[in-house]
Design a protein around this ligand. Structure first.
Ligand code: NDP
Ligand code: HEM
Length: 490
């Protein structure tokens, strides 16, 4: 086997990687020892900003395979025929912790997917929960501030979290899921994924359908209790990473059954709830799950930084046959992600191998940092042109969407019923699950001022008085004297 020599980044042989060049055996070092300068300078640039949320994550490649023909709903190439397999990338994450955070923390898990389809990349950037804490993107940065460190103490603040939640009744549904068993999965293999928002599908006849995406784990749901997690975090901070990496490395490929719920376009105005409200699910009995395929993860990345830390997912990445919906949160996200990537990864982040579509990319964007894949020898660097540059793709225009109403700031409190769906969820819990749920909430309220706890218990009481009673019991708090204290709107 021939020896491979170290080189500088300019490709020149590097004489010594362990000894600096010095004037005499005891130094000082010479400024001309540029290999040392280059090495130190590179180390200074080894990090990019971590994601502002979902900073700690794990990822793997795999395949999405169609098992049912849904061309009646969508002309997207990814759904073209039974048996069609599309390569894809998944990145799972926790939301609040920094890049070094422990995996076994109670938190929502991110479930971000990039499908390298024949018509470009389709990204579905979801969570392991079917709903979210807020329904207006205007509230997202404030919500995230409550999940991150307090500006003065530099510690997480339970008071801030419960203050925000207790003043935002639309969060009740997601809060109920977060403090249920599903809020602390044993690993990424043991949880469902959801697109969460309502998206749209459109078919070759240019008919639109509203759709929800579900990814049902075939590994079964597994969770840790708070006490188990404490012990596990003491042993390892990388349990989800280790579980996913080791399973795939050993050939035990995790799989999810991919399902959709479908609503005809005109039905959206007839149902008794706002189908574009991400704090709500579509009940299964009215919108049964339709099984459409299977997702399998079967290939670990070769280099974590290059392929997972630099992976850039965005809900704005859609393809013909799949579209957005009026969901206000989704609308906000369509802007936020690509903007984050241009800052975090760089202007030409889409050209990196992990992000690059598996089809030709043609547009009139031009230069900027790291422009390494510019089109070769072209005169078509502006539009319109008479040199046969790329032209519009009218077949990619989605069916027109009828909109109505007056432009103003609409009250985000919605239809006022933030209670029925968490109530339906609580009713699904067995007694032991209810007991753990009460205990998990109580534990997370440690140190929270009493008036905030009372306000939150007032909200829980509207979901089911048994919840408020159960949590109060765990907190050893007496029943309040006088009228109920639920003062948050709703
Ligand atoms: P169903 O009884 O048909 O569905 C209940 C759903 O709840 C199942 O999808 C189940 O997932 C899921 N589930 C069970 N335990 C938990 C938990 N601790 N946290 C989150 N999800 C859980 O009823 P409905 O469709 O009428 O929904 C009733 C409630 O179930 C909703 O209000 C919502 O809170 C929750 N839910 C509903 C979903 C939907 O899309 N309709 C999706 C997920 C949750 P699984 O089958 O994987 O065990
Ligand atoms: C990551 C913004 C709501 C799921 C991010 C990032 C931003 C962001 C800026 C970091 C992106 C990066 O640097 O790579 C927002 C805004 C929201 C919102 C503004 C609301 C208006 C949601 C919702 C979901 C979600 C509702 C799930 C349904 C994710 C996931 C990631 C992420 C999974 C990590 C993606 C990855 O693995 O790289 N979000 N988010 N977010 N968000 Fe959101």
């Amino acid at each position: 086997m021939s020896t491979t020599f170290i080189t500088t980044t300019a490709g020149a042989p590097w004489p010594s990687n362990e000894d600096s060049k010095s004037a005499g055996p005891r130094g000082p070092l010479l400024l001309e020892n540029y290999q040392l300068l280059e090495k130190l300078a590179h180390q200074n640039r080894e990090r990019i900003p971590e994601r502002t949320v979902h900073a700690k994550g794990s990822g793997a490649y795999g395949t999405f395979t169609v098992t049912r023909d849904i061309t009646e709903y969508s002309c997207a190439s990814v759904f073209a025929e039974i048996g069609k397999a599309t390569p894809m990338l998944a990145r799972f994450s926790t939301v609040a912790g920094e890049r070094g955070a422990a995996d076994a923390e109670r938190d929502v898990r991110g479930f971000a997917l990039k499908f390298y389809t024949d018509d470009g990349n389709w990204d579905l950037v979801g969570n392991n929960t079917p709903v979210f804490f807020v329904r207006d993107p205007m509230k997202f940065p404030d919500f995230i501030h409550t999940q991150k460190r307090h500006p003065r103490t530099n510690m997480r603040s339970a008071a801030a979290m419960w203050d925000f939640w207790s003043l935002s009744p639309e969060s009740l549904h997601q809060v109920t899921i977060l403090f249920s068993d599903r809020g602390l999965p044993q690993g990424f293999r043991f949880m469902n994924g959801y697109g969460s928002h309502t998206y749209s599908l459109w078919n070759a006849r240019r008919e639109r359908f509203w759709v929800k995406f579900h990814f049902k784990t075939q590994q079964g749901h597994r969770f840790w209790t708070n006490d188990e997690a404490k012990e596990i975090v003491g042993r390892s901070r990388e349990t989800s990473q280790e579980d996913l990496f080791t399973a795939i490395e050993g050939g035990d490929f995790p799989r999810w059954t991919v399902c959709i719920q479908v609503m005809a376009e005109h039905e959206a105005e007839q149902v008794g709830f706002n189908p574009f409200d991400v704090t709500k699910v579509w009940p299964h009995k009215d919108y049964p799950l339709i099984e459409v395929g299977v997702m399998e993860l079967n290939h670990n990345p070769e280099n974590y930084f290059a392929e997972i830390e630099q992976a850039s997912f965005s809900p704005s990445n859609i393809v013909p046959g799949i579209g957005f919906s009026p969901d206000k949160m989704l609308q906000g996200r369509i802007f936020a992600y690509a903007d984050a990537h241009r800052y975090r990864v760089g202007t030409h982040y889409e050209a990196l191998p992990v992000n690059r579509p598996r089809v030709a990319v043609r547009n009139y964007h031009m230069d900027g940092p790291m422009r390494f894949d510019a089109p070769k020898a072209t005169d078509a660097y502006y539009e319109p042109n008479s040199v046969h540059g790329p032209v519009d793709a009218p077949f990619a225009i989605e069916p027109p969407l009828r909109v109505s109403g007056e432009a103003t700031y609409y009250e985000h409190r919605g239809d006022g019923d933030d209670f029925a769906q968490p109530r339906a969820l609580y009713a699904l819990f067995d007694d032991a699950q209810k007991e753990r749920f009460h205990g998990n909430v109580a534990a997370a309220m440690d140190g929270v001022p009493e008036h905030i706890i009372e306000r939150q218990l007032g909200l829980f009481a509207k979901v089911d008085p048994a919840i408020a009673k159960g949590i109060r019991g765990k907190l050893a708090m007496p029943e309040p004297v006088g009228p109920a204290t639920a003062t948050a709107a709703g």
